[in-house]
Design a protein around this ligand. Structure first.
Ligand code: APR
Length: 252
């Protein structure tokens, strides 16, 4: 493993533009389960029933059984993996992060250029009247939370939806544009904590590869289809700080 850490650090030190694609695995050590591991969220909730807009529109109260559980977990704090990536960005060694996570932990760790590819759970929207609520307001509401806005002298009362991207929803256009800009010219991508099973996010490393860039994968269980140049099979909260330590020796 030491050799692989060294290799990743060397490529990081010599890259013109390094970027990151992260997924749920980077936050498991903060206490948030991932989706597709044996005890992941999809082992308990069928995504077809709990993670599509169609399912939400049919039965929002049912989907809120899962959302209420996840909301509790989202009180989590960033771990050393998030902090290591923030440090790399601050030092100019990483241009930015595309994350599939909605937990806001990269930003909480100090990362600034973070593209939230699947939206975020910072805000919640009413799909009837368009009202938007911050997470703290929704936390204080009885579940499922309902829109409290007065519309034509009656309370709207629609069940709120987190501003996350469900499976049958579009990736926010702004996220796509920002991702394109990040990928443009990237010659190294760190893929961290993602099974790379969900497109279009899973296509991002392939784009870097197509333009001649390298792929460094950090995953507890390696992704099935990723053409990685090096795979560090282990925990990101240990491996990312280890890479940063090596990288510091190389650049100082
Ligand atoms: N360190 C490194 N990797 C880890 C760790 C850890 N501590 N814990 C888990 N992993 C790895 C798993 O082995 C797996 O390869 O992280 C990956 C998590 O994969 P998924 O559960 O599929 O999560 P993700 O890729 O983010 O899912 C993509 O699917 O359900 C949707 O919208 C949801 O954004 C999510 C998308």
């Amino acid at each position: 493993m030491d050799e692989k850490i060294e290799q990743a650090a060397r490529w990081l030190a010599s890259a013109d533009k390094a970027i990151v694609l992260s997924g749920a695995g980077i936050s498991t050590e903060s206490g948030i389960p991932d989706f597709r591991s044996a005890d992941g969220i999809w082992s308990r909730y069928d995504p077809a029933e709990y993670a599509t807009l169609g399912a939400f529109l049919r039965d929002p109260a049912k989907v809120w059984l899962m959302l209420a559980e996840l909301d509790e977990l989202l009180r989590a704090q960033p771990n050393p993996g998030h902090t290591a990536l923030a440090e790399l960005e601050q030092a100019g060694a990483v241009a930015g992060i595309v994350t599939q996570n909605v937990d806001g932990l990269h930003q909480a760790a100090g990362s600034r250029n973070v593209v939230e590819f699947h939206g975020s759970s910072r805000t919640y929207s009413c799909l009837t009247c368009g009202a938007v609520y911050p997470r703290d307001d929704v936390r204080a509401m009885i579940k499922p939370p309902r829109c409290t806005r007065e519309v034509e002298s009656r309370t709207c009362d629609t069940i709120l939806k987190p501003d996350v991207v469900f499976f049958d929803e579009m990736i926010p256009p702004q996220a796509l544009t920002r991702t394109e800009r990040l990928v443009d010219g990237a010659d190294l991508i760190l893929v961290v904590g993602t099974s790379c099973e969900v497109y279009p996010a899973a296509g991002i490393p392939w784009q870097v590869r197509q333009q001649g860039g390298r792929i460094v994968e950090i995953n507890l269980e390696p992704a099935r289809e990723l053409p990685s140049d090096v795979v560090l099979a282990g925990k990101s909260a240990t491996l990312l700080p280890a890479i940063v330590e090596k990288w510091k020796h190389l650049v100082n």
